[in-house]
Write a protein that binds this ligand. Sequence first.
Ligand code: HPA
Length: 272
Amino acid sequence: MNEPELVKDAALFLRNKGIDEVDIGIILGSGLGPLAESVKEIARVPYAEIPGFPVSTVEGHEGVLIFGELEGKRVLVFKGRFHYYEGYSAREVAFPILVLKPLGVRYLIVTNAAGGVNRMMKPGDIMLIRDHINLLPDNPLRGQNWGGLGPRFPSMHDAYSKKLAILAKDAALSQGVFIREGVYVALQGPSLETPAEYSFVRLIGGDAVGMSTVPEVIVARYIGIEVVAFSIITNVANPYDPKPTSHDEVLKVSGEAGEKLIGIIREMLRHI
Ligand code: HPA
């Protein structure tokens, strides 16, 4: 089966589960899991059942699609995501995003955990992603043009919606949560960065570094979905005083800051 047929198949499968006329897609990174529990659930489908979806393998990332109502909007929540470092191509990682279009989605909210390289940052900070630099050795659009679901050379000048960024900042303000804004750099992982690599990320204009998000955002823009994305800064890299980054610490900090980010997202949903 070719990819456009797989997308049609996946969308049909999800429609048969009662998932349709979706307003907003939400990808939950580390720490955002509790958001899924607030959704007034209409349907819940494990990724493994959906035609064309890969299967998630990483600890702390459950793979299930949750559809329902949140703050009066029809949301489709990706609880768990696929990463390049798991062995998938960027194309496989981002395939699930393609099904958002036939289900009616116009907006995508993406979250992740990231390491801060901007010296202003502290663990637990929330960063609104203003732009990204793709240093994955791959691009989800590499290869055949997915049956023309979007342009061959999609523009990325507006990868992150200015309109949604304003909503995000207003939502943060009204929740009394301070947020930063910056550039997210995607590296392949799974090994964390050396002090020299953290310095390099800073040198090229990055504020935070992580191992996800970019493939999904590229594909969302390819099919014309507007994107807003947030990083939870779980650790801060100081090249002059290098400390190990531990996955346990990432999960702990993202869980705490995740509550604040959930508040911002819920407030945004009321105004989208
Ligand atoms: N580097 C890459 N990915 C990450 C980090 C980091 O320091 N922290 C959380 N995700």
